[in-house]
Structure formats: C-alpha cells, structure tokens
Write a protein that binds this ligand. Sequence first.
Ligand SMILES: Nc1ncnc2c1ncn2[C@@H]1O[C@H](COP(=O)(O)OP(=O)(O)OP(=O)(O)O)[C@@H](O)[C@H]1O
Ligand SMILES: [Mg+2]
Length: 552
Amino acid sequence: MNRTNEVLYLKRLPDLRERHLAGNILLEGANGSGKTELLKQVYRSIYWEDSPIVPFYYAFKTATLKASIFAQDYFTQFIRQYISFFSKDPSLVIGRGLSPARAIPPSAAWLLDLMDEFEELRKAGDFCGQLLAAVSAPAHAAAMSGKPVLIMLDNFQMALRLYETTPGDFSGLAGFFESPMKMNLCPHIVTGTPTETLESVFAENAFRGTAERMVLRPLPDDVARALLKSFCDKLGIREERETSIRFVRFLACNPLYIKCIAHSIRRMGKKEATHRDLWESYSHEVSEGEIALYWSSILSEALREPGIRRLAVRLFMHLAESNGEVTATGRLPRMLGVAEAEVKEVLAALKCAGFLTGTTGYKVPKEPVLRDFMHSLYMQDIDSKTPDQVRELIRAKYSEQGSPDMCFEIILPSVPDAELIAAKAFEQIAQTLKLQPEVTERIQLALIEACINAMEHSGSFERKVFLKFRASEERLEIAVESSGRFFDPEAVEDPAIELKLTSANKRGWGLKLIQSIMDEVRIERIDDRTRVLLIKNIKKEEVVHDTRKLQS
Ligand SMILES: Nc1ncnc2c1ncn2[C@@H]1O[C@H](COP(=O)(O)OP(=O)(O)OP(=O)(O)O)[C@@H](O)[C@H]1O
Ligand SMILES: [Mg+2]
C-alpha cells in the first residue's frame, strides 16, 4: 500500500474531530484511483490495532437502492461489523440476518434493544422510522459506549438514487445523515464518483460546511511503475523500468488500469511486458477486457436502454471532436437526427455518471482511456467493426504515437518547393521536442538540402521523396529516401568555394552543410532506394525549458 500518509490522517480523524481540528471528509478521486482500497486499508488497520475507535465501512450498491432494503442492509452491516470488531472474528461480518447476537459482549447489551427496535419498525412498515434508525445506529452506539465510530460511506452517489417504491419517488436520504454527521463521536468519510455529484450534495444547506475535501491524487510515476512491477512480479512477468514508466503515465497512474493491464498481459500468456505487449494488452483491455467491462457497467447503469446508449456514444464522440466545453448544444438534435429532449436527457445522464464534465456546458474529460473505450464502442456499435478490427485500430493508433519514439512518414512529390513542406512538418516535431528556435532552423536547413538532393540526384520516374521522422527526447532521426540512381557519397567532390560563389548553381554544398549540422549522416542503399539518414543527438542546452519562449 502506498497511501500511507492518507491512511494515517484518516485514522486520526476521530481524534482530530474530538479536538475540533477536523470535520467530516469528502474523499475525492477519479474512477479507479483507489478510494475503496484506501477505506479498506483504514478499516483493516483500525480493526487489527485494538484501537478505541470502531470502524464501520458501508458501500452503497445497486441491489439495495430500494430504501427499505437499504435500511435493513445498513443496519445489519453495522451491527455485524460492530460485534465483529470487539470479538475480532471477521467471519461475523459475512452472512445474512442477525445471528451474531450471541457474540455481543455484556458491555454492549444495549445493542439487543437497538436490534429489537429496528425489527419492530420493519414489521410495522415504518419507512422513515427504519431509515432513521439505520442511519443513526452508529451514532447511537457511539453515544451509548462513548467509543467513536469512524463511518466510511463508499459510492455515496448511489444514496441519491434510493427510492421508496419506484425509482425517482424519494430524494431525501442525504438529509437523514445530517444529524449523525454533526456528532463529534462519529466522523464520516464519504466517497464516490463523480466528484461533481458528491460536491453538489455537500453544497446543500444541511451539509454545507460539515465536510472538508481530501483529494486522492494519482500515484506518482515511480510509485505507479512500482505498482505495475509488483503486479507483474506476482504474475511472473518481466518488465522494464523506462517502458513501464511511460506507459503508466499514459494511464494517468491509475491503479485500476494498471492492475487490469497486468492481468491482461498474464492472460495473453506473456512472460514479458515489452512496449509492444503493453499496447497490445491495452487495446484489448479498452475494447473488450476488464477496463471495458468497468466502464460498460457504469454506462449501462446510467442508461439502461441499448438504443439510448448508442445515442450516448454518438453524442460523446461528437463532443470529443470539439476542443473545450460545448455550451451551445442546440444544433446536436438536428445533427444527430433525434429529439432535443432526448439529447438533453442523455447529456445529463452522461454527466451524472462521470462521462462528461463541464460547469455550464459539456466537456469530454481529457483521460485517453475513457475516450478510447467510448471510441471502441462507437466502432463496434455504429461502424459495425468486429472486435478484432477495433482492437487492431486502437493498437495501431498507439504503436507509433504512444511509442517511446515519435514516428511518422511523409511522401513528398518532386515538385519545386516541396522541400518546404518537409521543413514545415519538422517545425511541428521541433515544437513537441521543445527545441531551441536556432536549432530548429539549422535542422530545417539540413532537411531542405537533403530533400533537394534527393529530388535532383535520383532521376527516378517515381518522382517522390519518402521521409521518415523518428524522434525521442534524446535523439532525432530523419530518413530521406528516393528511388532511382544511387547517390554515392564517395563520388561527391568538395566543391571549390570560389567557383560556387560566382556560379549560378550553388548546389553541391548540400552534403557538407548537412554533415556540419547533424551529428551523423549515413547514406545507404536500401532495396531500390537511396536512404540518407540524418541523425542528431539532442543536448540539454538545445531544448527550451521555459515553454513561453517558444510561443513568443
Ligand atoms: N494504492 C494502491 N495500491 C495497490 N493497489 C491499488 C491501490 N489503489 C487501488 N488499487 C487497486 O486498484 C483497483 C481500483 O481501486 P479502487 O476500487 O479502490 O478504486 P476506486 O477509486 O474506489 O474506484 P471507483 O471509482 O470505481 O469506486 C483495485 O483493484 C485496487 O485493489
Ligand atoms: Mg470504489
């Protein structure tokens, strides 16, 4: 576990609360960032420490959204965990009904009264009475015993969806927590996703000022890599530090994604997590693996109708193409050929489930994993691609772009000024590499010379120049290829400078110039092509560290 500081702070919460140094905690964090894991860690740690604090963990679930079922479940869970804590018998927590009554310690005999009272309310069908009794049970126990109860409520967003007989007929559960949350002996840690939904609950009157935010940040790069390594070690898979670090960064250092990828590599029967293996398992994970399953279940939960889900995917992909927040959604119904009310409803549901963010409008989160998941749904459901095709398309997308090296190819026609296109394309790479403008200009010069040489010397009927760029932070390689006559460097004579200065033909200096700019120039014959490979090792001082300089 690598959230030691967070665990320590949360464990101290009852003490801090007693001294009025802390309130309740609203634990915020992205999907899969480890909120549940953190609460479980706090729970386990308090449970086995013989602490005076009683831990109570409750996760809201879809199966208990009917308020009376929730009340019974919450109450039962609390009683079981309370008794289990004193008897140090974890098996008491599992199971149904209230059989552990025999394990109640004599000092907590009042628990029996609490259980009887709850049973009476249940038999009488007193809906509000049951809810109140359940939600106040921990506070009641704390008041009776004088022992603080640390209440951890997971997936609290679901509390807002509780209903009495049909979904949507009840909206008051959060209000039931108002009084226990104000009690000093009962600090609450509340968590769930999306953050916006939770924050909106705590912005309401009854809760305002009762909770402070604690943000669970993504793991630091090296910790995230260590997590991937530890999963791989357990599964007998070898990995390499640099490759893993780059990859976990792409995954926003999210523990859920990291774990899914490690398992997927294992399922593929790999013994190594090479760059290629990682992207292969990613393309599988995001289109049909556990990551896809995770997001699919959240999507189906938010939108139960398959037809509506398809509309949601189309809307999402539509918004993904716009940069930033879209506030004017008026055109969407016409563009997608659906009713305005339907579009509004789906947008609201997507926002509520965390697929979209935005303050006044709608915005697709930057997170590439969620985007890729929605994109793969789009390809399957709307473009009718097969799972194999989808996987391959996703893999291909990253085999270059996400690779340690940035690579791409351009084909230039042999026409006047075509070399300027190459120079322009390089400008973009140089910006990504944050090269100093003077360095960029010199490389552009070398590139222009190499392109002109290729066009002039090859004499091929194909009349094309093939460029391949490969760049990493430390090294740049540009291959300039043309078919036709072999361009033999040995045959290039050093031109006499005086002659060149007076001649209309300034060519011939190209190669010298290129060699003076690049660290290495290789001229090779590859099949029927001549390849001039320009290599430059990028030094620290050739990079702009303050990016504002590049923009000015
Ligand atoms: N710090 C960590 N170290 C090791 N594994 C972790 C860590 N945090 C989370 N995990 C693992 O990653 C997965 C996702 O974590 P978890 O379910 O706690 O995330 P979450 O934030 O609660 O997700 P959700 O938003 O879906 O509720 C789990 O399998 C968990 O065991
Ligand atoms: Mg969770």
